[in-house]
Ligand binder design. Structure first.
Ligand SMILES: Nc1ncnc2c1ncn2[C@@H]1O[C@H](COP(=O)(O)OP(=O)(O)OP(=O)(O)O)[C@@H](O)[C@H]1O
Ligand SMILES: [Mg+2]
Length: 320
């Protein structure tokens, strides 16, 4: 596993999640193996990986629904073991991909029912707070069965907020949602972070992870990579500049050779891709050079590698 950065947040303070050499097997099948990582309070932590990578099993283990095969963990400062299950469950929440609601009950009745199940004090205030947090107060009397998938997801989130969790595990919260409903879920997640909730987010939507998460981990049974996206980008990819010209450059070799900081270049039709040491130095010099050589420049700029590039590179490598 490559640790890209030792985040300041995770170095000294008390941790929301601390995992050491944690493994889980089902008979001869290994769901995840030897996981070691931390999540700091207040973080949105993205947990990524292909189907079957072990993400849901990790969430189920950390939320006390499954017993680990080996290793140690603390969740919200409480050691993960059978005798602490109830204490842990009282300070965390899990929202799985399917919200698990009673379709024949209204939104309000569903939440009331879960308050009773969780034996929460002052259910009225808690339900109100949760419904306002997910903007669903005006739909409180609707039957859950009549709600759209996105609205059901929001009720699921309201349910997860009832116990005012310190750590909220969201397992693919925007799966199957349309782009607008997914954006609404993103807003809610950001809002929860502002209110101090630590979010452990598993998702297949890499743009969602890139936008929301302070750090991400890439899992494929074992942990492959962990850190901030920008640090991963800087370490995994050299800096790239692309330029497009109206016609192929007359003497490209000479032009690129004369500019300091161009390490390598390739050409595909009229698109040139350059590996450079510092785009801020290379781009202005190159533009001046092209103008003085009377070349017709159409566009030039640094190419930013996305979390998708990082993910594909990491998962491809780990599958080989
Ligand atoms: N209860 C179980 N019994 C046996 N094997 C299981 C059980 N739960 C999970 N597994 C196996 O553990 C592995 C990891 O599954 P898991 O559901 O954690 O993956 P995931 O990363 O959440 O995948 P997805 O992206 O598809 O949700 C899979 O091979 C799965 O079949
Ligand atoms: Mg899963």
């Amino acid at each position: 596993m490559t640790e890209i950065t030792l985040d300041r947040k995770t170095s000294g303070e008390e941790l929301a999640v601390k995992v050491e050499n944690l493994s889980k097997t089902f008979g001869s099948r290994t769901a995840f193996k030897d996981l070691t990582f931390n999540v700091a309070y207040g973080e949105i932590f993205g947990f990524l990986g292909p189907n079957g990578a072990g993400k849901t099993t990790t969430v189920r283990t950390l939320s006390t629904l499954l017993k680990p095969t080996s290793g140690k963990a603390t969740v919200a400062g409480i050691e993960l073991n059978e005798s602490n299950s109830i204490s842990i469950r009282s300070v965390i929440s899990v929202m799985s991909e399917t919200p698990g609601l009673y379709n024949r009950l209204t939104v309000y009745e569903n939440l009331k029912c879960f308050c009773e199940l969780y034996m929460l004090k002052d259910p009225k205030t808690k339900i109100e707070k949760s419904l306002f947090a997910v903007n669903l107060w005006d739909r409180k009397d609707d039957l859950c069965g009549s709600l759209s998938k996105g609205l059901k997801q929001r009720v699921g989130l309201a349910r997860a907020l009832l116990n005012e969790p310190k750590v909220l595990f969201l397992d693919e919260p925007s799966s199957g949602l349309d782009p607008i409903a997914a954006l609404e879920v993103h807003e809610l997640i950001k809002e929860l972070q502002k209110q101090g909730v630590t979010i452990f987010l598993t998702t297949h939507r890499l743009e969602e992870a890139e936008k929301l998460c302070d750090r991400v981990a890439i899992l494929n049974t074992t942990l492959k990579l962990i850190g901030k996206t920008e640090d991963m980008q800087a370490q995994m990819f050299s800096k790239t500049v692309q330029l497009k010209t109206l016609h192929p450059l007359k003497d490209e070799g000479l032009i690129f050779k004369e500019i300091q900081g161009i390490l390598e270049w390739t050409k595909e039709q009229d698109l040139y891709t350059l590996q450079v040491s510092d785009p801020n130095e290379v781009i202005p010099n190159l533009v001046k050079k092209l103008v003085s050589a009377n070349e017709d420049l159409i566009s030039i700029g640094e190419v930013h590698h996305s979390l998708q590039d990082i993910y594909l590179e990491t998962v491809k490598e780990s599958g080989e």
